[in-house]
Design a protein around this ligand. Structure first.
Ligand code: ATP
Length: 459
């Protein structure tokens, strides 16, 4: 099935996954709001991630750090001076673009291989753009300003009087919230290396070229795990996290052929290894998550800037060292987009009807079951069943329209089970459960419904 981003955006809006941000005011570019089924899907993605990377991971501890941090954090991390993209403005139509993106798109279009725009210096990018007369994607002319580095951090200020305003930043990544709590977590949890700190939270970036729906936005959520370990074990854990990150996606139902590893072309000076996992989105292969071997750079920098000793004392061997870090970071919204793309299907049914169906992993599905009374007279019984099921998982009830229409409504939001209440239910307390994917139906005693569904929605 040929899914386009436009089709997906439209579907999301129609059924309540994602709406344009500030919609009634004509939106605010590159902001999006999650609707009733979108927020459930997003919460379930976070739950699945937390279960796998915290609950089921030995020695991993969660934190939820503040979005606003002491500005010294961003000096230590290098963001104040280094977190920038090379931007160019089109002198003709004022379009702003990332120079590396311009070169990348040009190379793709003209089948030029062997260049890695990510790894090119500003001078090299400018030279390429000049020599190839790379055009502006909006107006088609090639008349660019020189490259300027554009810092992606959102600034704000804190202070109650004009004179006492201090510049602070909305965090551009959640990672620093894990690093600055290394000592706190290690002490309060009596954690022994190797141990992990995980966090899910918002990050903000003033992206030059946001877009592709929720793929690249200016406000987004990250799910991150930092594994602190001995230097000699770091490469082993790096490989392990590459596998773990891939397995998580496979277990969520992504086919292996739509995922691939991509090593970084350019490594930061302190990094020992870095790779992404890419997914085949409707717009092509794009990054879904990153896994980075960051040596002991982050903790060392925070030791230097904060004056706090980040040395770990091994209680068994007496060794003292600043641990290495293996970082695994995935965008929650980006994973949600990939989940929507992977789940979306249009099927032709026997008899020629078509249905749009979201084949979500049942753990991720917004509602686990929809209660559908076949007749008005059965509404009371249906409500009673619905109230009981609500205690166990998210459910919905739909009393209006033909049964076929009601099945279609649930298919398009990915509800794995529809429970129909009929007149036999009143007699013998049995109901019919219809499976979203196979559309097969089973008859079950009411008191077995919860355990039947609970078993099917495990992750
Ligand atoms: P990119 O190369 O796409 O700009 P990045 O390499 O800067 O991403 P990281 O800083 O490693 O990304 O962030 C980790 C993850 O956070 C990414 O893999 C992605 O899933 C997510 N992410 C990063 N930037 C955004 C954004 N602007 N909108 C949505 N998700 C994002």
């Amino acid at each position: 099935m040929n899914l386009t981003m436009d089709k997906l955006v439209n579907h999301c809006k129609t059924v309540g996954f994602v709406y344009r941000g500030s919609d009634i005011y004509d939106g605010l570019a590159n902001t999006w709001d999650y609707g009733p089924v979108g927020v459930e899907l997003k919460n379930n993605i976070k739950k699945a991630w937390w279960k796998r990377f915290v609950q089921e991971s030995d020695n991993t501890f969660g934190v939820d750090a503040a979005i606003l941090m002491n500005s010294r954090v961003w000096e230590a991390s290098g963001h104040t001076t280094g977190f920038s993209d090379p931007k160019m403005d089109c002198k003709e139509c004022k379009m702003r673009e990332r120079a590396d993106n311009l070169v990348e798109e040009y190379c793709k279009k003209h089948k030029i291989t062997g260049l890695t725009p990510d790894a090119m210096s500003n001078e090299e990018l400018e030279k390429f753009i000049e020599e190839h007369k790379v055009p502006c994607p909006k107006c088609g002319k090639s008349n660019w300003t020189p490259i300027r580095n554009f810092n992606l951090m959102f600034e704000t200020s804190r202070g109650v009087t004009d004179e006492s305003q201090n510049k602070i930043y909305l965090r551009p990544e959640t990672a620093q919230g894990e690093f600055v709590n290394f000592l706190n977590v290690q002490r309060t949890s009596r954690a022994k290396v190797p141990f992990g700190i995980a966090q899910i939270g918002k990050a903000f970036r003033n992206e030059i070229t946001p877009g592709n729906f929720i793929f690249r936005t200016i406000e987004f959520e990250q799910m991150e795990h930092q594994l602190f370990c001995k230097q000699e074990d770091a490469q082993k854990f790096y490989e392990e996290y590459k596998q773990k990150a891939m397995q998580f996606l496979l277990d969520l139902g992504f086919p292996r052929e739509n995922l691939r590893y991509k090593d970084h072309d350019k490594l930061a000076h302190y990094a020992k290894a870095a790779c992404d996992i890419q997914y085949l989105f409707p717009v092509g292969w794009e990054e879904l998550n990153g896994i980075h071997h960051r040596s002991n750079y982050d903790l060392s920098r925070h030791q230097e800037f904060s004056g706090k000793n980040m040395t770990y004392l091994d209680p068994q061997t007496g060794e003292k060292y600043i641990p290495n870090d293996i970082e695994y970071s995935i965008g929650c919204d980006r994973l949600l987009l990939a989940t929507l793309c992977n789940a979306y299907d249009e099927e032709t049914l026997d008899g020629g009807d078509t249905r749009v169906v979201m084949h979500f992993h049942p753990f991720l599905a917004p509602y686990k079951v929809a209660v559908l009374p076949l007749q008005k007279d059965l509404n009371d019984k249906a409500r009673e069943i619905y109230r009981n099921l609500q205690k166990h998982f998210m459910c919905t009830i739909d009393e209006a329209g033909s049964i076929g229409k009601r099945y279609r409504r649930q298919d398009q939001i990915g509800t794995p089970y529809c429970l129909t209440v009929d007149f036999d239910t009143l007699q013998d307390n049995t109901v019919t459960l219809r499976d979203r994917d196979s559309m097969e139906q089973v008859r079950l005693p009411l008191d077995q419904v919860v355990s039947y569904i609970v078993e099917k929605i495990q992750f």
